[in-house]
Design a protein around this ligand. Structure first.
Ligand code: PLP
Length: 427
């Protein structure tokens, strides 16, 4: 059988830059969560987020003052970003419901309450109108302003960030952009993650670039960066002995991981170009297929197309759909890392349509990993009591959508095989 094709796997540079930087760390005995690679990687990231293609002047955007702190994961970046926005116990945070759980779980770590905001249908990201409605309603209900707004760049697609920022400015609420999936995506020429007060990046094994595991927080200036750095290194006070006046975290990136990151930065633009190339092939292939819609980028936005996604019409019939959901899934879908609970019922009260599950099974049979779109947080049992402002968009997308293999390990021949499998699975 041909090789199995995964959604998005890590891919090291052909020249082996990652190993060179790691070797240097060993040779100089910097096998700790600080060191030359961490500093070098942060510098690379800083240069990257400051490098803008639109003509906007730096004084207006503040891009030139941005600083970056490398952390142990994207989730840690969300956690510290919320902390830096002043989120604490009893506070409310407005967060995009259509996201991966790492956008919302850290809100709970801080003893705060996530308030779920649904998406608009164009970018699939936070709906600015619903956001404003929610702010007004929360203020009326609780007498207090929410502490932060967390839009997400799902699958790398930019959000309507100008509109979101305008709402945030009207109520003076800080914005923490979750760009974990959107590294290198652009909105009107400017890299996402640099619009809000803080921006999150992830370098997990399946993201745009990897450090095996890691993340970063884009900060507005040196002062904010120093504060985040302090929290990330156990909140130490300046004494000859350990002295603590606040609770800190051990969230700094290791010098070994940062070595991988420095190597990956050299191929970031190539990776983005490859993801976009694959997206273009899917776009062309599905343009004339009735019942399948490729999720494309609006004209003033450039997605990194971290994952290409399609929607299946409810009326599209897929071979084997009568057998969808007959058997429970026994492990994490595909090659994904993680331990899952098993033995639960085959159905939940919110799941993808049968034709979507049948398409996933058909691809799986053909050795292709695919995955339903992320299940909105407002439909997750763990968040059943979180306030939610819902227009039905994300749940509808979840029921109809599928993510397709998109990474640098996916070749043109692989894409052709995937497309052929999908077309032959249509009844
Ligand atoms: C992956 C991801 C994160 C968290 O990143 P990790 O590095 O895996 O901790 C946060 N938000 C979103 C939307 C993500 O997809």
């Amino acid at each position: 059988m041909a090789n199995r094709i995964y959604l998005c796997l890590a891919h090291m540079s052909e020249a082996g830059w990652e190993q060179k930087y790691i070797q240097e760390a060993f040779d100089t005995n910097w096998v700790v969560p600080l060191g030359p690679n961490v500093n070098g990687f942060e510098d690379d990231l800083k240069q990257y987020v400051r490098r803008q293609e639109s003509g906007v002047r730096s004084q207006e955007t503040g891009v030139w003052t941005k600083e970056v702190v490398a952390l142990s994961s994207g989730t840690a970046a969300v956690h510290l970003g919320l902390l830096a926005c002043g989120v604490g116990p009893g506070d409310e945070v407005l967060v995009q419901s259509f996201t991966f759980c790492a956008s919302t779980h850290p809100i709970k770590y801080l003893g705060a309450t996530p308030v779920m905001i649904d998406s608009e249908a164009e970018t699939w990201n936070m709906d600015p109108q619903l956001l404003e409605q929610a702010i007004k309603d929360r203020i009326a209900l609780t007498g207090r302003k929410p502490k932060a707004i967390v839009p997400v760049y799902l699958y790398g697609m930019p959000a309507k960030i100008d509109e979101i920022l305008a709402v945030a400015a009207r109520y003076d609420i800080p914005v923490l952009e979750d760009a974990a999936e959107g590294f290198g995506s652009r909105y009107k020429g400017r890299v996402v993650g640099t619009f809000g007060n803080f921006g999150i990046l992830s370098f997990n094994g399946n993201k745009m670039i990897t450090t095996s595991g890691g993340g970063a927080l884009i900060c507005p200036d040196m002062e904010a960066r120093n504060r985040v750095m302090w929290y990330a290194t156990q909140a130490r006070e300046a004494y000859p002995y350990y002295h603590h006046e606040a609770v800190g975290y051990n969230y700094r990136m290791s010098n070994i991981c940062a070595g991988i990151g420095r190597g990956q930065m050299i191929v970031l633009d190539e990776h983005i170009a490859h993801h976009r190339h694959i997206a273009a092939k899917y776009r062309d292939a599905f343009a004339h297929v009735e019942g399948i819609t490729f999720h494309d980028e609006p004209s003033d936005m450039q997605s990194n197309f971290w994952l290409s996604t399609i929607l299946l019409d409810e009326s599209l019939h897929v071979c084997g759909e009568e057998h969808a959901y007959e058997k429970p899934v026994s492990g994490a879908i595909g090659g994904a890392a993680g331990q899952v609970h098993s033995g639960g019922p085959v159905h939940t009260d919110c799941e993808p349509n049968r034709n979507v599950e049948a398409m996933r099974m058909a691809l799986d049979q053909a050795g292709v990993e695919s995955r339903p779109l992320w299940k909105p947080m407002h439909r997750q049992p763990v968040y059943h009591d979180a306030p939610a402002y819902i227009n039905g968009v994300s749940e509808d997308l979840f029921r109809r959508g599928l993510c397709l293999p998109s990474g640098p390990m996916v070749s043109d021949a692989d894409v052709e095989r995937i497309i052929a499998t999908i077309l032959s699975a249509i009844k």
